[in-house]
Structures are given as structure tokens and as C-alpha cells.
Design a binder for this molecule. Structure first.
Ligand code: GLC
Ligand code: CA
Length: 540
């Protein structure tokens, strides 16, 4: 397999609002990102995924777009964005943008015009109902909002201020494709497609995810925009299953490069309840979910590999140990993920082992989803402590605290007052100190990115899980005709060992390791708490 450029790329996600402020207004901006491109180059990444920077009232931090052709002035201008593209290009970094086309902002001109009623050409761009059919919004409450002047309800899967677009409407679809081509012509390398598996929805049949025309729309979109352009397209698909993952990413079908599937993310949730209703993490389930996806897309389709994004808690605070073993376990989680087959995504701050924020004041949770949850649960008699615990564990705010650049005021994020509180641990966890310490989490990420570039087997080798029944260790190999990579990770704060016998341990060389020496005796490999390694053997 020769592969497309994105098969060999590592993507870094920038959440502009929290990355770097350049003008002291407390809000991250494009100029700030430009200033940090050399840092990203040093890390070694190939692509930036930029969260939405379009014109927006910012009810959902930019996922409520009021003009797809304008940049939100709090981030800068269109010219600034074009300069960012240029600076990235000169550093050999590509940029993909967020494509949010399941819904728009209620301030978008289409919706404002649609509110005039049926005679508006945009009325049918939205989904209207004479009654509240009982559908629930992802952010709490009903998914239908009543408009008294029309005596109708409109559909909003997310916030009230995010009316859903009606994909059945052909001119709406054309307008979206034109907009995509506008950005493609500006030189972007692709799109991250927000909740794309909702666009085929049939709300009156109660179908939201994976609607009947979803794949037709994607094929139509592809033909009208990126099909012949060699772009990276990644769909956010909470409802993905193994079967439909292949539909999206089978190259013959000309839909997407890959999808984000979230099966491993749901492992801490009580099945059938909400993301806030937590159950104990089960390591054996994590192993089986990852392996299942690796095996399924070994030959066909392509995986995306991620632990974090702007909607998820910090991984070192979930599957790692953000106390005594913070650095060790953050490296272990990185080694596990970056050894797998697929395109790795790193979320800002992950590369220095940033943790959850553990805010204990409801007012510090700014996310609309969190605020709605607090209102809803307190009104329904939930215990305050329990609500706080849910937010501390799963709240999206955990990912959105400002990037920690140094140990100065506000972690070097801003010279003003940050729009959101900085995680108090910034004195210890920050980029400046990570760069000074050759043993930091940062350099493990750097080595992993480098290793993927240097070894074809890490990009394309076949995945095979070993030591499957081991309750403490996740171990697998990646192999092709000439090389074999062995990845071994202890997920626990006690010693462990690999129980599968390996008689050739002496033949392996270390590529990345979060400890000082590989300890084995004959055919047994011993691991310290959270120890992880990536080894390679050259086949004779
Ligand atoms: C996606 C985004 C999330 C946003 C939602 C609605 O899940 O990642 O941040 O709130 O879509 O656009
Ligand atoms: Ca700013």
C-alpha cells in the first residue's frame, strides 16, 4: 500500500478560543496560533485541525455559525486566516477546518429570513413541526422550539440557538457545497465534519443518526466538492458501527477518508443513560473495543486514533493517573495509541499531559451543555456533589481551559483576563518546562510522531493483539514483510508482566519507552507501574 498523504500524517487539534491570545482581550486568536506554528513544527505534526473560527454568536463556542464566509472578529479577519494558512504552508503544515452543516446559528441570514414564514425561500432550509413530537435535544430539554409568530416549532438537536438544516432541500445542499468550495479554493487540506451522521435525519420517524439518505448526501457532497482534490475528510460520527464505518471510508465509495468513532469513549457510561451517568472503567472492555476496530479496518477503510478532543475530558485523568504517575501514564497512553494503525489526532495540551480542571464552583463551568445540566439536574433534585462529580469527570470544560504555555500569569495564555479559568496546575504543567525537560511527555509525543514517519510498519503494518486475557497489560504487534513492532502497556499503578511467552525478546530494539531499561528474563517481560514501550524487530 502506497497510501495517501493523510495515511502518514499526524493531526493536531487547535481550539482557537483557548490556544493563545495575542492582544490581551483574554480570547485566543489567529495571530496567537500563527505565533505558535514553530512550536507545532517542533512537535512534528503534519496537519492542524482548526475548530470553527467563523462568524458566530458563540453560544456553543463557534458551532453556531451565523456566516460561513466571515471570520469571527474575536479571532481576527479572513486575511489573518489566510496568513495562518500561508505560515503553516511555509512550515510544511496543512490545515483542515471544521465543517458544521447539520445546523446553523439562529442569527444566520437563512434562519432570520425563514422566520418570515412559508413565503421565504429559506423557510424550507429548516425543519418545522406543528407540534412537539417529544424529541430531546442533546443539550437537554426538548429538541423543538416554538415560534409564536408562525405557530410552528423548529428542530434543534443542540441548543435552541442552533436550528437544524433540512438536508432534503436541494438548494440548501448546493449552498453548502458552494461554501465548501470557497474554503477549498483558499487552500485548506480538508474538513472535520461536525455530527455528520445526523444530516440524513428523519425526525418525524424518530431517526436522527444514520438516516436513510446519509450516504447519498455524502456521495453527492463529495462529487460536488472534494472528490478529485486529495483532501482529508473526517466525519464526527457518534453513531458509527463497524458496518457503517466501512461505508464511510471505503475508497471505492468516495465518501470520507475516515471517521471518528466513539465506542471507547462510552465505556464509562451506564448503558442507555446519559454521558453523565458514570460507571467504573473496565480495562478489558477498552482492550476489546480498540482491538475490534483495529482488526475490522486492518485491510479496508481507515481508522482515526484519538483520546481527546474539545468535547471530552482529559485522557490522563480518565484512563491514566493524574497524580503521582501523571507523566508516566500520559506517555503510556500516547504509546498505546500512536502504535496503532490509523491517523493519530493530538488535542492541544495532550502533548504535555494536561489534566482535568476539577473546578468545584458551578460558575466556572461555562459550556452551554454544562450549564443546562446544572439547571436541569438541580431542578430535578439531584445532589449538588453528584452533579459536580459528573462535571469534573466528563464536562467539556475540562478540555477547554487555556493552553498552559509557561508558569507566568495565566499560564502565558493571555496578558489580559482569560475568558475561562486556567487550570491551577499550570505552574507545574506547561510547555516551557516540558521543553526544558528532555524526559517530558512532550518528547515522547515527538518521538512517536517521528517513529511513524520512519517506520512504514507503523503506518501500514497489520495489527495483531497479543496477551489478550492479560487483565493489566495491553499488548499488540504491527507487522509487515520486513519488520515487526511490539507495543506493550501496563495500565495499572502496580507491577505487571506479559504472560504470552516470547522467546525472541532479545531481538527487539527500543523505539519509544517511558522507563529506563527493558526488563526481561528468557521469555518473560516485566513492567513497572504504567510502563509502556514500543519495540522493533527486523525480520531476517
Ligand atoms: C459536535 C461538536 C461539539 C458541538 C456539537 C454541536 O459534537 O464537536 O462541540 O457542540 O457538535 O455542533
Ligand atoms: Ca485575543
Amino acid at each position: 500500500m502506497e497510501g495517501k498523504w493523510w495515511h502518514s500524517s499526524v493531526v493536531y487539534q487547535v481550539y482557537p478560543k483557548s490556544f493563545q491570545d495575542s492582544n490581551g482581550d483574554g480570547i485566543g486568536d489567529i495571530e496567537g496560533i500563527i505565533a505558535r506554528v514553530p512550536y507545532l513544527k517542533q512537535l512534528g505534526i503534519d496537519v492542524i485541525w482548526l475548530n470553527p473560527v467563523f462568524q458566530s454568536p458563540d453560544v456553543d463556542n463557534g458551532y453556531d455559525i451565523s456566516d460561513y464566509y466571515e471570520v469571527n472578529p474575536q479571532y481576527g479577519s479572513l486575511a489573518d486566516v489566510e496568513r495562518l494558512f500561508e505560515v503553516c504552508r511555509s512550515h510544511g503544515i496543512k490545515v483542515i477546518m471544521d465543517l458544521v452543516v447539520n445546523h446553523v446559528s439562529d442569527q444566520h441570514a437563512w434562519f432570520q429570513d425563514a422566520l418570515k414564514g412559508e413565503e421565504s425561500p429559506y423557510f424550507d432550509y429548516f425543519i418545522w413541526s406543528k407540534e412537539d413530537t417529544g424529541l430531546k435535544s442533546v443539550f437537554g430539554g426538548s429538541a423543538w422550539e416554538y415560534v409564536p409568530s408562525l405557530d410552528l416549532y423548529y428542530l434543534h438537536n443542540f441548543a435552541v440557538e442552533q436550528p437544524d438544516l433540512n438536508w432534503e432541500n436541494e438548494s440548501m445542499r448546493q449552498a453548502i457545497y458552494d461554501m465548501m468550495n470557497f474554503w477549498i479554493d483558499k487552500g485548506i487540506a480538508g474538513f472535520r465534519m461536525d455530527v455528520i451522521d445526523l444530516i440524513g435525519k428523519q425526525p418525524f420517524e424518530g431517526i436522527m443518526e444514520n438516516g436513510p439518505k446519509l450516504h447519498d448526501y455524502l456521495q453527492e457532497m463529495s462529487a460536488a466538492t472534494f472528490k478529485d482534490k486529495d483532501l482529508l475528510t473526517v466525519g464526527e460520527t457518534w453513531g458509527a458501527t463497524l458496518d457503517n464505518a466501512l461505508l464511510y471510508s471505503d475508497p471505492e465509495r468516495h465518501e470520507l477518508s475516515m471517521i471518528f468513532q466513539f465506542e471507547q469513549i462510552g465505556l464509562d457510561e451506564v448503558p442507555g443513560k446519559s454521558k453523565w451517568d458514570l460507571r467504573t472503567l473496565n480495562f478489558m472492555q477498552l482492550k476489546s473495543v480498540f482491538s475490534k476496530w483495529q482488526y475490522a479496518l486492518n485491510d479496508n477503510g481507515w481508522n482515526s486514533l484519538f483520546w481527546n478532543n474539545h468535547d471530552l475530558p482529559r485522557i490522563v485523568s480518565r484512563w491514566g493517573n493524574d497524580g503521582e504517575y501523571r507523566e508516566k501514564s500520559a506517555k503510556m497512553l500516547a504509546i498505546l495509541l500512536h502504535g496503532m494503525k490509523g491517523t493519530p489526532y493530538i488535542y492541544q495540551g495532550e502533548e504535555i499531559g494536561m489534566t482535568n480542571a476539577y473546578f468545584d464552583d458551578f460558575d466556572d463551568y461555562l459550556d452551554i451543555e454544562a450549564q443546562n445540566l446544572i439547571k436541569e439536574r438541580l431542578a430535578n433534585g439531584y445532589d449538588k456533589e453528584a452533579v459536580l462529580k459528573s462535571l469534573q469527570t466528563k464536562g467539556r470544560d475540562n478540555a477547554r481551559t487555556p493552553m498552559q504555555w509557561n508558569d507566568g500569569a495565566y499560564a502565558g495564555f493571555t496578558e489580559g483576563t482569560p475568558w475561562m479559568k486556567v487550570n491551577p496546575n499550570y505552574k507545574v504543567i506547561n510547555v516551557a518546562s516540558a521543553l526544558e525537560d528532555s524526559n517530558s511527555v512532550f518528547y515522547t509525543y515527538q518521538q512517536l510522531i517521528e517513529a511513524r514517519k520512519n517506520h512504514r510498519v507503523i503506518r501500514f503494518g497489520k495489527f495483531n493483539e497479543i496477551d489478550k486475557e492479560n487483565p493489566h497489560v495491553f499488548a499488540y504487534t504491527r507487522s509487515d514483510a520486513s519488520e515487526e513492532v511490539l507495543v506493550v502497556c501496563n495500565f495499572f499503578n502496580h507491577k505487571a508482566r506479559v504472560t504470552t511467552q516470547m522467546d525472541d525478546l532479545a531481538d527487539y530494539e527500543v523505539i519509544v519507552h517511558n522507563d529506563v531499561e527493558v526488563k526481561f528474563e528468557k521469555d518473560e517481560l516485566f513492567l513497572e507501574p504504567y510502563e509502556a514501550m514500543m519495540l522493533i524487530k527486523y525480520k531476517k
